[in-house]
Structures are given as structure tokens and as C-alpha cells.
Write a protein that binds this ligand. Sequence first.
Ligand code: NDP
Ligand code: 2IT
Length: 450
Amino acid sequence: MNEYLKKVLEETNTKNSNELEFLQAVEEVLTSLEPVIDNHPEFEKIALLERLVEPERIITFRVPWQNDNGDVIVNRGFRVQFSSLIGPYKGGLRFDKTVNQSIMKFLAFEQIFKNALTGLPIGGAKGGSDFDPKGKSDNEIMRFCQSFMTELQRHIGQDIDVPAGDIGVGEREIGYLFGQYKRIKDIYEGGVLTGKGLSYGGSLARKEATGYGLIYFMREMLKANGNQTLAGKTVTISGSGNVAIYACEKAYEYGAKVVAMSDSQGCIYDKNGINLDTIKQIKEVERGRIKEYQDYHKDAEYFERQNDDSPIWNIKTDIALPCATQNELTLNSAKKLVANGVIAVGEGANMPTVKEGIEYFLQNNILFAPGKAANAGGVATSAIEMSQNSMRYYMTFKEVDKKLDTIMVNIFNSCKNYAEKYKLGNNYVAGANIAAFYKLAEAIKAQGFV
Ligand code: NDP
Ligand code: 2IT
């Protein structure tokens, strides 16, 4: 391996030895940059890689709030402001009991590259809390969001850092966060958060954007490889949240058949095709469990999760879309999918496939769409929301969706062109990392020692 790369990887490992997810994300990116680094010995002199892997700033804070019983609970809040090289810090907030600094840093690191790929002026960040929203009342969610924002407001702003949603943070939470920001700052600053409700500055098509964008990317990838289409293909989608639901909706529009979806506890298989209205009712309206799908569709089967290998990946499919969480698709699951004839995998979630799983797919010539490219439609549409807020203007659904589609086509082409330039065939993992890296390296060189 290139000596400089090796040195930076070793140093990063030593400095962050307990942050496994962060190290996983860094290793994937840096190892794929080898052919570029080989050609640019000058990068070492300006410590370009060292700067790329060290966050500009990490903020952690206490979030005290009161539950409906009157007990005071203390959670931990985070905001990792990783890179402002090409725009204000930008990235979602995750409320989930598993949240820790390693997960925040890996997500913020991925976000730098993802945001660069969109071609829009946004830097990389992530935040959140180990607060577990499951089973909480609306009032508890509101009190938590208000306490969280009471601290976060010091660190954000429409030209500083612009949070949005992620796992456990949707339109409801963004509303409570926005209300508290406005109250403390005494200013209507529309572009300080994205994923807002349509009544107070949100963008049409933001809710749909990540899932739709994933399918636009998949469409392009299939087209570029044997002129294939989604029509008639079987699809399985893990998760049943924001990304999964709108990936399902768009997959149906293109004539595919979605036969399975999941949540953290298990998956449902409906050989007749998943009824998306039922999923929306259970997940968006009732905030229930996917198991309840069987109450509406007696033919559907439910498989409870037993271990790290989600049962959804045992189901035969042409296209697999992991849209739940990191490392949800293990090597075992990758082997099962390949044995069952999968032709393409598209990551709607961030880093859902373990490293060995990605390698296995690539070795077996499975088309593989990496998350930082394939799920970039969400943040790209967030940037379009920010533009609308600055213009004090609303675009139609069609206008936003058209821009999203064009952005996804451009991202796919960047991945493809860089993979081809470095003779990496259709390795879009490397293509995405190299394409984003070129843009970031230019910005680092231009801005001096910062
Ligand atoms: P939601 O909270 O809307 O949905 C998350 C879904 O994933 C739920 O079905 C949830 O099940 C499942 N899930 C969560 N944790 C686990 C786990 N540990 N194991 C198995 N399943 C799990 O989140 P989103 O749809 O917004 O996000 C999904 C993924 O997409 C995340 O990786 C996120 O980072 C990524 N992403 C999101 C974007 C966005 O715009 N929202 C943009 C780009 C990427 P349960 O209800 O049981 O917890
Ligand atoms: O992972 C992601 O790209 C997101 N959760 C969306 C971030 C955003 O700022 O819209």
C-alpha cells in the first residue's frame, strides 16, 4: 500500500481506536483513493489526508428533560461539524439509543463526501442523541426536542450549520426543533433546518427525496449495465421508515414488485407485493411495528429477527435495498443474496453493508450502489430547500423532483466516469470516493493551511 496512505490510516486507527464505525468509514474511503494518492505526492506535504480525517469541531452536550411521569432524564447530545470546506456544515440529526461519538463521526465523515457529490455548496456534519424515541408521547418528544435545541442553537445558523432529519427525526421533530430555535433566537431563519413542514418553509419532495433518489440512481446503474430496467424486477427493502417507504413508492412507479420490508424486529414477506398504503398507515400514522401488516394482509408472512443477520436478506430477490441502518447487511447475508440470484444492491442507508459484504458483491459482479452516492438525493433536496428559503420562494413538486432526478443522474455519471478513468470497471464505491475526493482536494489546496 502507498506509504503515505498507510501512515495516515495507522495514525487514524491509533487516535480513534475505540471508534469502530468511524474507522470503518475512513478505511473504506482511504483505501479506494490509492491510485489517486500515488499520482499526487504533493498531498503529503500539505497533510491533506490528515486534515480530511480530523473533524473541525465536535460538540457534546447534556440534554435534560422531563418525562410524563415527572422523572428527569439526562441524555447526551452531539453535533460533529466535520468539514466546512465547500459550504456550511450540513447533515441530519439521529435520535436513537445506539448513538455515540463513533456513529456520529462516521456519519459526518460520509456526509462530507456525499455532499461533495451532489455538486451543491454544502459541508459535512451530523448530530443527534442517544435519546430513544420509541414509545414516547408527543409531549415527551416535544420537551426533548426543546431541551436539545436550547443548547444546539448556539452552534447552528443558516450560513453556519444546517441540521435535518435522520433515524428517529422526521417532520414532527424538525417542527419542535424549529419552534424552539425561533423562540430563543427571535428570528425567522427558514434555512436553519431542512425537512421542515410545508406550512412553514419546507420543500415539496424533500420527504420523498432520499427514496426517490435511490431509485433514480438504480435506474441509471441498470441502464448503464446491459440496458436493464426496474420493470418486472423483484425488490426487497429493509427498514420501513422515511427512506424505505419512498424507495418502495418509486420502485412501484417504475413497474418493480416490492415483496418484503422490515423494521428492527423482523420482516414481512408478501408474495402479492407489499401494500404501501398499509405500510404508510402503520409506520407514518400509527408509529407501529411492521408485524402489524399481517393484521391487514393475512397471506403475508412475518419473520422475526434472531441475530445479526436480518431475515429479509434470506428472501429471493433481483434487487436488494438496505434502507435501515449501518452494518445491517452482513457477509452471511451477502452470500445468501448472491446465492439467490440478486443482480443489484442499492444502499439507501448510510454504510449498511459490512466491508466484507461489499467485497463479496463486487467479486461476484453484483451491481453495487454505495450509500454516499445512492442516498445523496435527500441532502441534495435539503440544499434545494435552503435555496427556496433564501429566495423566499416555493418550487412545485415537479420542479424539485426534476432537479433531484438530474442530480442523481450526474452523481451516477461521476461514479461511473471516475471508476472508468482509473480502470476499476463498475466499482462505483471507488468511483464515488474518488469523484468526491477530487472536489474536496481542490478546495483544500485553494484555502491554504486551514
Ligand atoms: P427512520 O427513522 O424513518 O426509519 C428507520 C428504519 O430503520 C426503521 O424501519 C427502523 O426500524 C429501522 N432501523 C433502525 N435501526 C435499526 C437497527 N439497528 N436494525 C434494524 N433496523 C433498524 O429513518 P430514515 O429512513 O430516515 O433513515 C434510514 C437510513 O437512511 C439511515 O441509515 C439514515 O442514516 C439513512 N439516510 C437517511 C436520509 C434521510 O433523508 N432521512 C438521507 C440519507 C440517508 P425500527 O422502527 O424498528 O427502529
Ligand atoms: O444521511 C443523510 O444524508 C441525511 N440524513 C440527510 C441530511 C440532510 O441534511 O438532509
